[in-house]
Structure formats: structure tokens, C-alpha cells
Design a protein around this ligand. Structure first.
Ligand SMILES: Nc1ncnc2c1ncn2[C@@H]1O[C@H](COP(=O)(O)OP(=O)(O)O)[C@@H](O)[C@H]1O
Ligand SMILES: [Mg+2]
Length: 236
């Protein structure tokens, strides 16, 4: 079953339209990538879904039209956004950040169990659970951002450049944990990545954006085999 579907979605900042007809779909429990150069419209596509930019076209979630909903309404339907730049709350502790993620949930025991799960998924955070988020390394902040989104118990996770600015080994650690999260939770994922090798390690299918439009869509295996993808995104 299709969980999320975008059909000919456009988005503008003021008078300037920056995405120009993006279509994609994410099946229930599936993982879909969005690839593309800087400025292609990847972040804006995620913002169109989470309701932080003005959009046209059709966006449905579980068959329901969600285009034009407020960000809090979109979140309440089960869509959690890990934004570019992470968006953790620097003055709050790691534990408090995780609790903020769970603010719409009830059930203390389940919430406490999920905090434990986050700390198991990201053991680096366990020793830092009382530290302010601002004191964490970039990698730890990314882990916290993913953990906070998980705490909302979403059906769909929007993940924007989780590897940005991280050392390769740290980026791999983050992606290994996200892969495990996907396997164990069944949460569907829409993954924006400039590092195509990392993206292909997590997604089943992907679409390539160029100047606000899809130019290619295929399975990870198909895309990895294409010369133009190898040249542009895989360093060879
Ligand atoms: N807040 C904004 N106001 C105006 N233009 C923006 C804003 N954010 C992004 N853009 C422009 O929209 C285009 C797409 O940006 P973005 O979605 O961030 O691309 P990507 O995530 O693929 O790098 C770019 O040309 C960018 O300059
Ligand atoms: Mg971006």
C-alpha cells in the first residue's frame, strides 16, 4: 500500500518557484531516496511534505490530502522530519530533547522504553544523556535528531542529509543505526542524501532531482548501474 504520494508538486518561496513538478511515492514500510546536486530542490521537497513552504500539486498520506496542512498537523498524522542542520534544542539535555520528540504521546512506560531503545541504538548518547545538546559533537547531534524523530513513533521519517559535515566513519555509524532502526521498527523513510553510496545502503528505490524536477527514478540497483549516476554521485 502507498503511504505517501506526491504528484506534480510545486513549491515557492515568495514569488520564486523552486520545485516544479516533483512526483514520488513511498510504500508502507518502504525506504525511498531523493538524490541531486546542491540547490536541486531536495530540502524543499521535504518541506513541502511537512508543511513549511507554500505548495501546489497533490500530496497524500494514507490516501488523505495533506497539502496545505500546518506543520503540527502533519506531525500529528505520523510524519517526523529530521531537518538539514539537525534542529536539536541546544539548551536542553539529550534526554529532554528525546522527550520533546514524544510530546504528543501518552504512556510513560512506552516512552521510557523508547528512550532506552534510542540509547541502545546510539550508545554514544548514553554517556551524554544529561549533557546539553549544544555540547555534543556533530555526529552525536545527528544521532540525537534521529532519536528525537523516532520518539514521535512516526509512520514516516523524512531525513535530510544526515551525513552532512560528518567524518565518513561517523556518517557510516549514523547510517548503520538508521538501517537497524528501519529493520526493527518498520518505519517508512524518505531520505535526502548527496552521498549516494550512503543513500543506496538504506533505500530500495530513489529519484534524482535536477532544478526542481525528477529526471530519473529507479531501484537502487538500477541507479547504481547507470553511468551518469556513477559519474555524478558515486565518484567514478
Ligand atoms: N528560504 C528560501 N528562500 C528563497 N529561496 C530558497 C530558500 N531555500 C532554498 N531556496 C532556493 O531553492 C532552491 C532549492 O533549494 P533546496 O531545496 O534547499 O535544495 P537542495 O536541498 O537540493 O540543496 C535553491 O535554488 C535555493 O537557493
Ligand atoms: Mg538541502
Amino acid at each position: 500500500m502507498t503511504l505517501l504520494e506526491l504528484v506534480d508538486v510545486t513549491a515557492s518561496y515568495g514569488p520564486v518557484q523552486v520545485i516544479d513538478g516533483v512526483s514520488l511515492s513511498v510504500p508502507e514500510g518502504g525506504s525511498v531516496g531523493i538524490l541531486g546536486a546542491n540547490g536541486a530542490g531536495k530540502t524543499t521537497t521535504l518541506r513541502a511534505i511537512s508543511g513549511t513552504v507554500r505548495t501546489g500539486g497533490r500530496i497524500t498520506f494514507e490516501g488523505r490530502d495533506i497539502r496545505g496542512l500546518r506543520p503540527d498537523q502533519v506531525a500529528a498524522l505520523g510524519i517526523a522530519h529530521v531537518p538539514e542542520g539537525r534542529g536539536t534544542l541546544g539548551q536542553l539535555s539529550v534526554r529532554e530533547n528525546l522527550m520533546v520528540g514524544a510530546y504528543l504521546r501518552k504512556g510513560r512506560k512506552a516512552i521510557a522504553d523508547d528512550v532506552d531503545y534510542c540509547l541502545e541504538l546510539f550508545p554514544q548518547l548514553r554517556d551524554r544523556v544529561g549533557s546539553r545538546a549544544a555540547a555534543l559533537s556533530g555526529g552525536e547531534q545527528q544521532m540525537l535528531a534521529v532519536g528525537r524523530a523516532f520518539m514521535a513513533k512516526p509512520k514516516l521519517l523524512l531525513l535530510d542529509e544526515a551525513s552532512l559535515g560528518l567524518a565518513p566513519s561517523t556518517a557510516k555509524t549514523v547510517y548503520d543505526a538508521i538501517r537497524r532502526l528501519r529493520r526493527e521498527s518498520g518505519i517508512a523513510m524518505l531520505v535526502v542524501e548527496q552521498n549516494a553510496n550512503l543513500a543506496f545502503s538504506l533505500v530500495d528505490t530513489a529519484t534524482v532531482l535536477e532544478t526542481g524536477r525528477n529526471v530519473l527514478t529507479g531501484t537502487s540497483a538500477e541507479l547504481k548501474g547507470m553511468d551518469e549516476i556513477r559519474r555524478a554521485y558515486l565518484g567514478g
